[in-house]
Design a protein around this ligand. Structure first.
Ligand code: F6P
Length: 527
């Protein structure tokens, strides 16, 4: 019998609270003890990745209490319930099935009599067949010429995840001669976004994918009209250039002016939809269906690892637990994701939505107010660029910001240069290693301005190279971490009511149904 309890009702949480400032990483990360922690505090992940938490403020004692919390809070049972299709999204009364979209599971998940695994697989297959036909020239433009560019029109989860994954693999695909079509993205309702993309493509040879789960998103529908207009003005029939990705019940699904419609459904949240047709169509077109399948395989492998009861063998759960310790016990309000990989430049933006839209909640899964803090503010940028930007605050600012580094031993493009005895890749890796120790141990100085307090925790995910499989594992790791944190806080991580109010007010502004300050601001902007 699963019990959904608030975090502050757990005995293990009360024990955890007693362990505030229990580990001083300035000492623990120094000398032989530090070296031992680096070797011992690491957990294998899928696709050859590993999660190293040596520089986090934990030790055996903290890990024991965190492990007690896992049992008391039935976290693995809750994950199994989710995988089995139980209604976890209490706000919208829905199952949560994004893992199912990438999982070859034997057990069927039937929702209203529909085999959901079959459904997701059929849509993946549909996307794959379409991509193969476009690549082979079976599907062409009206003049019989091949399409060579694809533009995704969508926002939020219908943009960020697929865009981050595309950017992550674009150069890898070029280096491996696997880039089938260049992909671009239009998301913002700012007309300059669509205009700039439209000006950069050859319309006659471009496919546009309109992606909206709801089929009602203002930005996406506006941009779709913008693009159709541009196609018509260029003498092209939009029907020959447009694809829809939506849910079967959405208004978009009723349109008949698409080359093909591929479906997802309400059981996959927008921010988790990279593993559905939302990511599947654009990534299969860009890289080919096989590469997309490899992304899903990496994710599925990570999802399986996340079932482990032993937290020292479950990187997703452990990362979630340490995050809760930092947020609720240590009281740190932010976290930063810092990939030392230019290819992951859009990954923090994707995680901003995935994490903050999921866990930025003040009521529990039953709508009751809670009296502890939940999701942290998340931000990030690739290293080393970030070092020359906001790391000053991270090193010497008044707040401690727990950090999540990602680093790879090898780059994606087979090109590098040896300058002053080291390659650029080694310089990149040297920097992330240096940062971990600088943050953890700090440096004393008689000049206070040059003093580094240290005691600033970080973890690092290390991989051989960023490939489709390791990217899929990385994606699933963070999705699963967010899911476990939602379970721990007893919140519903799968709805997003907090985005509605602004949308309602914007509609009023556009309909000129305003008064007071809303009207005054509208007048200032001449709306
Ligand atoms: O406004 C937030 C949101 O609902 C996100 O959750 C979602 O990813 C995005 O809008 C786009 O939604 P849709 O795919 O329905 O257009």
């Amino acid at each position: 019998m699963i019990e959904w309890k608030n975090l502050d009702s757990l005995a293990s949480y009360k024990e955890l609270l007693k362990l505030k400032d229990h580990v001083d990483i300035r000492k623990a990360m120094t000398g032989e003890e530090g070296a031992n922690r680096v070797m011992n505090y690491q957990v294998p992940m899928a696709a050859g990745l590993s999660y190293n938490y040596a520089a986090k403020q934990v030790d055996e004692k903290v890990l024991t209490v965190l492990s007690d919390l896992v049992k008391e809070h039935q976290l693995i049972d809750k994950y199994i319930q989710l995988l089995n299709g139980t209604i976890i999204n209490t706000g919208e009364e829905r199952s949560v099935l994004h893992q199912l979209a990438r999982r070859q599971q034997k057990k069927k998940v039937l929702i209203n009599g529909v085999d959901k695994r079959e459904f997701y697989l059929s849509q993946q297959q549909k996307a794959a067949n379409f991509a193969n036909q476009v690549h082979s020239g079976e599907i062409t433009n009206k003049a019989g010429e091949k399409f060579h560019t694809v533009v995704q029109i969508g926002i939020g989860g219908s943009d960020l995840g697929p865009r981050a994954l595309y950017v992550a693999l674009e150069n890898w695909a070029k280096a491996n001669h696997l880039l089938k079509m260049e992909a671009k993205f239009i998301s913002n309702v700012d007309p300059d976004d669509a205009a700039a993309v439209l000006k950069s493509v050859d319309l006659a040879h471009t496919l546009f994918i309109v992606v909206s789960k709801s089929g009602t998103t203002l930005e996406t529908l506006t941009n779709e009209a913008f693009v159709k207009n541009a196609l018509k003005e260029a003498g092209l029939n939009p029907k020959n250039h447009m694809v829809a990705v939506t849910s079967e019940t959405s208004p978009l699904a009723k349109g008949d002016d698409y080359l093909i419609s591929v479906f997802m459904d309400g059981f996959i949240g927008g921010r988790y939809s990279s593993s559905s047709a939302v990511g599947g169509v654009v990534l299969s077109l860009a890289f080919g269906p096989k590469v997309y399948e490899e992304i899903l395989e990496g994710g599925a492998e990570e999802d399986a690892i996340a079932l482990n009861e032993d937290i020292t063998k479950n990187p997703d759960l452990l990362d979630a637990l340490i995050g809760v310790y930092e947020r609720n016990v240590q009281g740190y309000p932010q976290t930063a994701v810092l990939p030392y990989s230019q290819a992951l430049s859009r990954f923090p933006a994707h995680l901003q939505q995935c994490d903050m839209e999921s866990n930025g909640k003040s009521v529990n899964r039953y709508g009751e107010p809670i009296s502890y803090v939940t999701g942290p503010i998340l931000f990030g940028e690739p290293g080393t660029n970030g070092q020359h930007s906001f790391y000053q605050l991270l090193h010497q600012g008044t707040d401690i910001v727990p950090l999540q580094f990602v680093g790879f031993k090898n780059n994606q493009i087979g090109m590098d240069v040896e300058i002053e005895g080291s390659s650029s890749q080694k310089k990149l890796c040297a920097n992330v290693v240096a940062q971990i120790i600088a943050f953890a141990c700090g440096k004393d100085d008689e000049n206070p301005n040059k003093k580094f307090e240290g005691g600033r925790p970080s973890s690092i995910i290390i991989g051989n190279q960023l490939t489709p499989k390791s990217l899929g594992a990385l994606l699933a790791h963070f999705e699963n971490k967010i899911m476990f944190q939602g379970f721990i806080w007893n919140i519903n991580s799968f709805d997003q009511e907090g985005v509605q109010l602004g949308k309602v007010l914007a509609k009023k502004v556009l309909a000129h149904q305003t008064d007071g300050a809303l009207k005054a601001f509208s007048d200032l902007l001449e709306i």
